[in-house]
Design a protein around this ligand. Structure first.
Ligand code: BGC
Length: 475
């Protein structure tokens, strides 16, 4: 490890301290998370102060025996995916898919129609390519629409957009029913498809992992579906009696529980417990939804790169790093350091693991991807900050997982199986040591104290597509 000049060492250590999360903190924050869930489950109004805790109208968890051909359309981030899924009824499936990048101007369009007619055209293009015979089917194909933004859902196939996240901003769509918008545009194009279910991507992750899981083999029940990717969120099955805000007349008789979409990205929007550095504040101000989704803004892929960029820029402005480079370039820095949102979380994952002499590998990554030549000293600073930011993200990620486990453990008290958590998203799947650090933090919280059960993280591949198909299969 290189030694830094004492002043710089003091500044870097101070930032590391600000990002440090203690076991004591996560234990307390877990209890506060449970409290916030309960408030959200009883408060019918959506306010900034409450976690949304949205009833999804999905009332059972798959057992792997579901069958049939379904379509799924998945809008979650910068890509739109259309898939057809053939559920085989034996925990397996066959999937065909196409992926389309959403153009930037459509993510920020004036009219909701611009986005939804684009989506409908892509569904048509997919059918034309993979299922030419679908237009002649007597019964339209059923489509599950994975829409991964906060939605106020009032039925399995009805839900109005509460707000955009992850860089989308089309004001005209807020308050509108997103199923109606998609269906209307499919009708205009004469596409023979019925949008029968609306699901968040985390609902899809829960259902698809539950479908793939064979408890006789894994000895585990799937209890949570979650995403740690561009954004973050999670879903679990809650007993009906614990959802006071739900109008029970809307639920068929005999139903005992419902999947709840927590929208945990909005945990602690009032910052009662969450750490708040000056870098978090700067990042929040740059977003399209300042003051909202503050938990997500400390954790997910869209934000951790930006937190690092802002911190590095601050050290540059304080005169600690990139000084010679700035002079050599005649008074400028590479645009990926000066412009918001251009430092991708993927780059952080390379920075995180480099252990080459003098961090030369990391130097190459920065040079190739950011056009940023660095000194050895600068590379050590960058790696220390990256590790501080990512460790905080993983530690915070353990809080909702432990809290939900604590809240539901009584539902499973007569069953000796372990708990498994279905996860999807680039950060949890690919960021080095992210899963291990989450598990370490969960162990410190120990939400299953007093039982012999364990918690396992399982990557749920194609969660949002297969999950939407499973939702559609219930109709
Ligand atoms: C959205 C959620 C979504 C999550 C993961 C968040 O920004 O609000 O609805 O599940 O990202 O994609």
């Amino acid at each position: 490890m290189s030694t830094l000049p004492s002043k710089l060492e003091a500044v870097v250590s101070d930032i590391e301290q600000q990002f440090l999360i203690t076991d004591d903190f996560i234990i307390k924050a877990t209890d506060y998370f449970v409290e916030s869930m309960e408030k959200g489950l009883s408060s019918p109004k959506q306010t900034r102060e409450h976690m949304p805790m949205i009833p999804t109208f999905v009332t059972s968890i798959p057992n792997g025996k579901e069958k049939g051909l379904f379509l799924a359309a998945d809008l979650g981030g910068t890509n739109f995916r259309v898939c057809s899924i053939d559920l085989k009824g034996d925990h397996t499936f066959e999937l065909k898919q196409s992926k389309y990048k959403i153009p930037n101007d459509i993510m920020k369009a004036q009219e909701a129609e611009e986005l939804f007619s684009y989506l409908a055209k892509k569904v048509k293009a997919f059918l034309d390519e993979h299922h030419q015979d679908s237009s002649s089917h007597e019964n339209p194909l059923k489509l599950g629409f994975t829409f991964s933004f906060p939605v106020d859902q009032t039925a399995l196939n009805r839900g109005t957009l509460i707000r955009w996240t992850k860089g989308f901003s089309i004001d005209d769509a807020v308050g509108k029913d997103v199923v109606e918008l998609l269906q209307a545009n499919l009708v205009i194009l004469g596409v023979n498809v019925d949008v029968v279910a609306l699901a968040n991507d985390t609902v899809g992750t829960l259902l698809s992992r539950a479908y793939a899981n064979n408890p006789d083999e894994t000895n585990a029940n799937t209890i949570i579906g979650c995403i740690f990717g561009t954004g973050t969120n999670g879903t679990y099955y809650e007993a009906l009696d614990n959802i006071p805000k739900l109008d029970k007349d809307q639920v068929p008789k005999g139903v005992k529980g419902m999947v709840i979409n927590t929208e945990w990205g909005s945990f602690d929007n009032t910052l009662k417990v969450l750490p708040n550095t000056k870098y978090d504040e700067i990042v929040d101000k740059q977003t399209a939804n300042p003051g909202y989704h503050l938990f997500e803004k400390r954790i997910s892929g869209m934000f951790i790169g930006e937190i690092l960029r802002v911190a590095l820029y601050d050290l540059f402005e304080q005169g600690f790093i990139f000084q010679d480079l700035y002079k050599q370039r005649g008074g400028s820095l590479p645009h990926r350091i000066t412009e918001p949102w251009l430092l991708d979380a993927e780059i952080l994952s390379y920075i995180e693991i480099d252990d080459s002499t003098d961090l030369k590998m990391l130097g190459l990554v920065l040079q190739n991807n950011l056009r940023l030549p660095t000194t050895s000293q600068e590379r050590h600073v960058i790696q220390r900050l990256t590790r501080a930011i990512s460790r905080r993200a993983a530690y915070l990620s353990a809080i909702p997982l432990a809290a939900i486990t604590k809240k539901v453990k009584d539902q499973y008290k007569d069953d000796d199986k372990d708990f498994e958590i279905g996860c999807d998203g680039s950060v949890v799947e690919f960021y080095p040591n992210f899963q291990e650090t989450i598990l370490q933090a969960i162990a410190a919280i120990d939400p299953l104290k007093g039982t012999n059960k364990k918690i396992h993280l399982k990557i749920a591949k194609d969660g949002s597509g297969v999950g939407a198909a499973l939702c559609a299969s219930t109709v």
